[in-house]
Ligand binder design. Structure first.
Ligand SMILES: NC(=O)c1ccc[n+]([C@@H]2O[C@H](COP(=O)([O-])OP(=O)(O)OC[C@H]3O[C@@H](n4cnc5c(N)ncnc54)[C@H](OP(=O)(O)O)[C@@H]3O)[C@@H](O)[C@H]2O)c1
Length: 311
């Protein structure tokens, strides 16, 4: 039984992603890290790191989650100090064209996977009076329609609309609302629930866009090239390195963050503009791309925020 070190379990730790970077950042803080993924081979790069234990965990499977809980409980004596729900999927597709069964699969991991893992590990986290941290998205705060204009690099389009991902944003909005409510429900047990409002990070998340194709009947066929570039992540969006993101987030969590952590490319600009400007204004600006002064202001803010975020 390993008792001395604080423990953390992270879902979705495949190489190249946020989860893997979080494993290394927590490990550097002298913690016992349970790195999990549905495919353990995708975590081979972590296997020699001291105090890192690799576990197969598929958040969409009851039996897989239960098996992981038993292993962790046996190794920690029934406690877990930090649970990080990170596993998730992004699929880019206009809402009108999205195959609903495919979308359900995305919700299965982004919403129900997160809930299932949280329910199963809650007794261990309560025992530790620990912290649950959910990796959510700035997409929740800029839910905008897919539109051709945002492929033009106009200030507001770039600043406000680059994360317009329709049903993905919907799944993360659900996860966001659940996270916010869970915070209240866990407070009586002295468990913190932290919402990590994640900006653009350079990971594998857009790899499903490699073979992107709109249905033949799509009304967006005339901008397929632009949507396809976005789906592959080739849209010119500056993205933060996962290691830098992880270092900042782990610092925030271990310093005792209680509510929200805004980190990653565009996180600051989205945070501040979502307070300052009504959503309807952003949408109308995206349509007309003509409110120059607001555009200049946003561009200046964006540049300042981005240079700080990505440094
Ligand atoms: N990258 C960004 O810009 C960004 C922005 C906002 C929020 N996020 C969130 O950050 C989290 C991590 O994403 P990432 O950017 O690091 O992407 P990533 O590199 O693709 O990692 C995603 C992880 O989730 C796992 N996963 C995906 N679908 C799954 C499923 N159906 N069942 C079980 N595991 C599944 C993946 O496993 P496999 O490798 O086996 O597919 C992988 O381990 C996600 O929740 C994502 O929504 C990312």
């Amino acid at each position: 039984m390993t008792m001395a070190l604080k423990s953390v379990l992270i879902t979705g730790c495949s190489a190249g992603g946020i989860g893997s970077a979080l494993v290394e950042a927590f490990q550097k803080q002298n913690m016992l890290v349970f790195a999990t993924a549905r495919d353990p081979y995708k975590m081979s790069h972590l296997k020699e790191i001291p105090n890192v234990k690799l576990l197969t965990l598929e958040p969409t499977s009851v039996t897989s989650v239960r098996a992981a809980v038993d292993i962790v409980a046996a190794q920690t004596g029934g406690t877990l100090d930090y649970l990080v729900n990170n596993a998730g999927q992004t699929i880019i597709m206009p809402t009108l064209d999205f195959d609903i069964e495919t979308a359900k699969g995305m919700y299965e991991i982004n919403v129900w996977g997160m809930v299932r893992v949280t329910q199963a590990f809650a007794p261990l986290v309560i025992e530790a009076k620990g912290t649950i941290a959910n990796i959510n998205s700035i997409g929740t705060h800029v839910n905008t329609p897919w539109m051709g204009e945002f492929t033009k690099p106009t200030p507001v389009a770039v600043a406000m609309l680059n994360d317009a991902l329709g049903l993905y944003a919907g799944s993360k909005a659900a996860a966001n609302a659940i996270t916010e409510t869970l915070r209240l429900e866990m407070a009586p047990f002295d468990v913190k629930v932290v919402n990590i409002v994640t900006g653009a990070i350079s990971t594998n998340i857009l790899s499903n866009g490699v073979n992107f194709e709109l249905p033949r009947t799509s009304r967006y066929k005339n901008i397929e090239k632009e949507i396809s570039a976005r789906a592959r992540g080739e849209d010119g969006t500056p993205r933060m390195e996962p290691s830098l993101f992880a270092e900042k987030v782990v610092g925030d969590i271990l310093r005792g963050a209680k509510r929200h952590i805004w980190r990653g490319g565009y996180a600051s600009i989205v945070r501040y503009t979502s307070y300052w400007f009504p959503f309807s204004l952003a949408v109308s600006e995206a349509r007309s791309c003509s409110i120059a002064c607001m555009g200049d202001l946003l561009m200046a803010t964006r540049n300042t925020c981005l240079s700080k975020e990505l440094a």
